[in-house]
Write a protein that binds this ligand. Structure first.
Ligand code: NDP
Ligand code: OXD
Length: 313
């Protein structure tokens, strides 16, 4: 019942050390040192190279080391076995910290105060809207979106959410499916917490920005994206900012990561960049999650957090 760690883009060594420490009796290997491929029953993956999993004849299940699974589906030879994804309270809490913090930075116009401080200017900026004056729209009402929406609500923001399927969530205005335009029309600050799928790729584009509210406290809407870089069209974000169609953008994820040094996003005065760390997590907790999923499968139980192969999230 060997477990293969198949990771690119991150350092695999700490993951190997962590999982071996958490499960000392288990045979855990790290790609490319696979050994006898017939031994491998489980794979824990982050951006596995295409074809590696297909070469494991006895693979029973795949566990994504992230909450997102677009990196798993990027493999055209993905074996047809069950897939799980990370859902972890620590990760969720940290994502909501990022969302609430950056929503507050926009609300309280902190970037303007940063500039004033650098220029040694004492200036109390008006208008100074309250949280209730800012209509936040959370795109994606899954594990992360619901937690973020609830915490934004606690801070007093006027929050609504949009998802694929209709939802009833106490204290939240909800929109679904083809109600997207109505959702956008009441949104001053858009927070994207959606998976990257064939349906959502490029959804954050200039056409969509044009449907956001323009009658809010800040006149032009604000974009925040911590879902996936593939949701956004970066050239459209820059063009919309430069044309005044967007007031600001706070981005944790990018079309290409790491964000290339030549990207105009780095130096744009209205853009805040964070390095895909909005949900920086307790990695031991993720390790324990992975091992718990394997133990469940070994006991004949389903994954706690199965991925739907058709929906791709
Ligand atoms: P969930 O699967 O729990 O939720 C996804 C939400 O998106 C659901 O509400 C779903 O709708 C909605 N959705 C999916 N497709 C569509 C669509 N075509 N139209 C409308 N709504 C849609 O995911 P999580 O909340 O756990 O995570 C969301 C994403 O956040 C991950 O996929 C990942 O890409 C990203 N992420 C980013 C991190 C970072 O560090 N930046 C960290 C962790 C995750 P419905 O409820 O109807 O199914
Ligand atoms: C994730 C991520 O999907 O960190 O968990 O992006």
């Amino acid at each position: 019942m060997s477990l293969l760690l198949c990771i690119t883009g991150w350092d695999v060594a700490p993951w190997l050390e962590r999982l071996r420490r958490l499960a000392p009796g288990r045979d855990i290997r790290a790609w490319p040192d696979v050994g006898d491929v017939r031994d491998i029953r489980f794979a824990a993956v982050w951006k596995q190279p295409p074809g590696v999993l297909a070469a494991l004849p006895n693979l029973e299940a795949i566990i994504s080391l992230g909450a997102g699974v677009d990196h798993v589906f990027a493999d055209p030879a993905l074996p047809d076995v069950p897939i799980a994804r990370v859902v972890d309270p620590d990760l969720t809490a940290r994502m909501s910290e990022w969302v609430v913090m950056h929503a507050l930075i926009h609300l309280r116009q902190q970037r303007l105060y940063d500039g004033l401080q650098r220029r040694r200017e004492w200036n109390d900026i008006r208008p100074a809207p309250a949280a209730a004056d800012l209509r936040v729209g959370v795109m994606g009402l899954g594990v992360l979106g619901q937690d973020a929406a609830r915490k934004l609500g606690i801070m007093g923001f006027d929050v609504a959410g949009w998802s694929r399927s209709p939802k009833q969530i106490e204290g939240l205005k909800t929109y679904a499916g083809d109600q997207l335009d109505a959702f956008l029309a009441r949104t001053d600050l858009l927070v994207a917490l959606m998976p990257l799928t064939p349906d959502t790729r490029g959804i954050l584009n200039r056409n969509l920005f044009g449907k956001l509210a323009r009658d809010g406290v800040f006149a032009a809407p604000i974009l925040m994206n911590a879902g996936r870089g593939g949701l956004q069209v970066e050239a459209d974000i820059v063009a919309a900012l430069d044309a005044g169609e967007l007031r600001a953008a706070t981005l944790d994820v990018f079309e290409t990561e790491p964000l290339p040094a030549a990207s105009p996003l780095w130096g744009h005065p209205a853009v805040t960049v964070t390095p895909h760390n909005s949900a920086v997590s307790d990695e031991d907790a993720i390790g324990r999650f992975v091992l718990r999923q394997i133990e469940r499968r070994e006991r004949g139980l389903p994954f706690e957090t199965p991925v739907d192969r058709l929906r791709r999230y």
